[in-house]
Design a protein around this ligand. Sequence first.
Ligand code: CO
Length: 215
Amino acid sequence: MENIRRLFAQNRDLVADITKNDPEFFKKRAGKQEPHFLFIGCADSRVPAETLTGVAPGEMFVHRNIANQVRSVDLNLLSVLQYGVEVLDVKHVIVCGHYECGGVKAAMGDQNYGLVDHWLAGIRDTCNRHEQELQRIGDDDRRFRRVVDLNVLRQVYNLARTPIVQTAWKRGRRPMLHGMVYDIHDGLLKELVLQVDGNDRVAELLETTRRSIGD
Ligand code: CO
């Protein structure tokens, strides 16, 4: 119970802190939201979208799931994406992976975890697509990091291929898609691909993804 009480206490402290400088902060946001960003990230507790990017309430629409997957059959993700793009008119859609991702690690191994194995099938597929490149990486940790990167790039591609994004681009080249990775070890965000705003950039993205890291 003590831990739950702590959340309420911290919430009150936060509100006091914010309203000290801007008494109308919450009232101003009560009527509507106008976020510029849609963030698709991993559910991992170490990757809180707003904290690691320093945005305030109202700035970022967020969807998180295990291993930041963008799947064309996921009604949850698609609903968030459609609402974000068509109603909120977000300028940027970010797919953010992170190193030490347990979902990616599970997909790379042979152990069975049950239901989540189905969820992670796309990452196994990515590993198979890049098998030759991955086999050439001798160091386990480097290989793990590379799969985290490839997973993000794949999800940006999946995002670009959704009818929601395709239709938006036909209408006026919005939103821009971005792929990034959060490094748990130092807290820094690394850019993988930025400003994918049309199918020509998607083709470049595929080319980048195919390129070997040449170790
Ligand atoms: Co993760």
